[in-house]
Design a protein around this ligand. Sequence first.
Ligand code: LER
Ligand code: MN
Length: 267
Amino acid sequence: MKLSFAVSLQKTKFGAIAFGESFTAIVSELKKLGYQGIELAVRNPNEIEMGEVKPAIDDSGLTVPAIGTGQAFIEEGLSLSSLEAGVRKKTIERLKSHVDFASQWRSLVIIGLIRGNLPLEEEKRGEALAYFKESLLECSHFAKEKGIKLVIEPLNRYEINFLNTIEETSEFISSLQDDNLGILADSFHMNIEEVDFYQSIFGAGKYIWHFHVADSNRWAPGWGHTDFTSIFRALQDINYQGFVSAEIIQQPNFSEAAKQTINYLIR
Ligand code: LER
Ligand code: MN
């Protein structure tokens, strides 16, 4: 199993991610612990000082499997489904800059919270969903030309109000007929939304291109009550070759959480 760890490059309200004064120190700790990858969450790639980030990663030999984008929604309200044309335009521009950023390492770009919440009123909901499809496809076509794939992350209902399950998301992707779109499955959200871990992963096997791991309480695996057996059996049965990326609360601290994750999963 190839393990990676999710790290934010900017200060964020999102709590299930590593962030620290020294990015270089985080990279070397992950490398020392035996991680093969580092996933980067970035609110705005144009604000990143690459002088420290790029050499730290490249010198370490770590892979960057994916780039997270949700902070642009959390911190700035950017949304691909917004009813406001100006917001959608800004969001598409931002995602294109995430794609350019990702192309340094040929990473996947994550479509999670950045899809935004749909309005509750039925008519407006349909309108926003149509905007989401249109904006998503524009980003996907742009990404495809750069050799970058996008992964839609089913998120639990308390964070976003559509594409909550893996099945719903795989049906959505097949309806779009865009081979540049896959799924990022996250065990934390799955624990809330899925009926059967094995069937959910197995049923959408061809679309599962990335995986986030966390226990039921979003702590490091082994520190909650999720039974990971059927999850890893399903990943094996679909011949999953991607990274398993820890996106977890840094409790009791980054080092202990990162150590617990790798010790628990690579046994
Ligand atoms: C991001 O990968 C995620 O899982 C979300 O919970 C972000 O809020
Ligand atoms: Mn996630």
